[in-house]
Ligand binder design. Sequence first.
Ligand code: NAP
Length: 172
Amino acid sequence: MKVIAIAAVGKNGVIGKENALPWHLPEDMKFFRDATRDQIVIMGRKTLEALGKILPQRENAVVTRNANLKVENARVFSEIGSAIRYYRENEKDFAGKNIFIIGGAQIYEAAMSLCDEVWLTEIDQSFEGDVCFPFYREGQFLRSEFILAQSRLKQDSANPLQYRFNEFHRKI
Ligand SMILES: NC(=O)c1ccc[n+]([C@@H]2O[C@H](COP(=O)([O-])OP(=O)(O)OC[C@H]3O[C@@H](n4cnc5c(N)ncnc54)[C@H](OP(=O)(O)O)[C@@H]3O)[C@@H](O)[C@H]2O)c1
């Protein structure tokens, strides 16, 4: 069971604006849906609010410090580490699944040292926003314990933005 952070990031590191995505990239959304379908997704409470609902066809986990939060059809954890531990300890119930850390910034930051891989959609444009990927500056992912393992140039048919699907793997 791998732990994979997945995010889309503007050149200046922006990932969100007013609790929403600052861009419209349908093919990136499709990539995200396909990658995470039937997998485990872990998100912060604010990202749950941004999505508006848990994601169907996935095992959903929400991380919050609010001990009273209940989310229908999702497991709630008080720490990212305990969420990952729960799935690893119960791996037989989640056979063949990977854990995707789907944001936002606070959760990427808290989870990074526990990730095996980081999948970034890196958009070749800067955006206005109020939330940034925590380890990113001027088009560069800054965590040196990961190396670029795969890179695919994309252009969305509905949008002139150019972007890359970049997969970083933890160095062995
Ligand atoms: N571009 C992308 O790929 C992408 C992906 C996901 C999200 N986003 C964007 O990112 C923004 C949201 O990100 P965000 O950083 O503001 O919020 P977030 O990480 O989604 O959620 C933050 C919340 O998670 C809980 N939390 C954070 N750290 C914790 C810890 N160590 N232990 C326990 N609980 C913890 C807290 O919940 P409580 O306050 O309930 O205690 C905190 O308020 C939105 O704009 C969204 O659209 C972008």
